[in-house]
Design a protein around this ligand. Structure first.
Ligand SMILES: C[S@@+](CC[C@H](N)C(=O)[O-])C[C@H]1O[C@@H](n2cnc3c(N)ncnc32)[C@H](O)[C@@H]1O
Length: 226
């Protein structure tokens, strides 16, 4: 999926992936099961291919610092404006960075291509939340994405990865089906990979069911950069 595909979707308001609610796995693993609030202030969470996800707001409201990357200028501006956050724009190395200027929320969004990020952009990142990012990409781009992720991260960086698995004959992506086997193929060379849970979500995803799916599972993995 090239960037133009996504920019067109933002222009046409085709945002079926956008969730009004905070992702329940984020709230569980970073909230209930996550570190104490005092420790969270030292953590900075990278949200790749972030769209205007409410998850970033939740992270910020729950004491984490946030760094997102998103190619669409519209998505980035919508994120701040929809959430009534003041923001400022800055240029760094010819890229646009948007930063919330409210003292209580440290949210920085890089507007540009994920594949152009440098490891220095992620040097203070402790955690990564990947929901609808890996699975937004077709198979050959997923390989490039996983390689880029390995190149960007320092040892010990943790990722919470959410995937969907379904019969690809039943529906064209995005989202794309990613099996457990593929997660291991993509990440096992450079990351420890642990599956945390799998859930049947067909009845929670009316839009995908309408597109033809007769079975759909969601899985959550913990990856740690070796
Ligand atoms: C399926 S959406 C998911 C958004 C977000 N993770 C969420 O949960 O709502 C994928 C997003 O990635 C963005 N995107 C796609 N390719 C990108 C790239 N190469 N660099 C930066 N953003 C990209 C798209 O504009 C889109 O907003």
């Amino acid at each position: 999926m090239e960037i133009d595909f996504w920019l067109e979707r933002w222009d046409n308001n085709q945002l079926g992936f956008h969730q009004q609610q905070v992702n329940p796995y984020l709230a569980y693993f970073y909230g209930e099961k996550g570190p104490a609030v005092e420790q969270r202030q030292k953590l900075k969470v990278f949200v790749p291919l972030c769209g205007k996800s409410k998850d970033m707001l939740w992270l910020s409201q729950n004491a984490y610092k946030v760094f997102g990357v998103e190619c669409s200028d519209r998505a980035v501006k919508d994120f701040f404006e929809d959430n009534a956050l003041n923001y400022k724009r800055a240029e760094k190395d010819q890229h646009a960075f948007y930063q919330s200027s409210d003292l209580e929320s440290v949210i920085e969004l890089y507007q540009g291509d994920f594949f152009e990020l440098q490891s220095s952009d992620l040097e203070d990142i402790s955690d990564i939340f990947d929901r609808a990012s890996l699975i937004a990409l077709p198979v050959e781009m997923r390989q490039q994405y996983a390689e880029k992720m390995a190149a960007l991260q320092k040892s010990g960086t943790r990722t919470l990865l959410v995937t969907l698995t379904f019969d690809s004959e039943e529906m064209n992506g995005p989202p794309f089906s990613v099996t457990e086997e593929e997660v291991h193929d993509l990440y096992s060379n450079s990351f420890s990979v642990q599956k945390l849970l799998t859930k049947d979500v067909l009845n929670l995803e009316a839009g995908l069911k309408k597109r033809g799916l007769t079975a759909l599972t969601e899985s959550v993995y913990k990856l740690v950069r070796l």
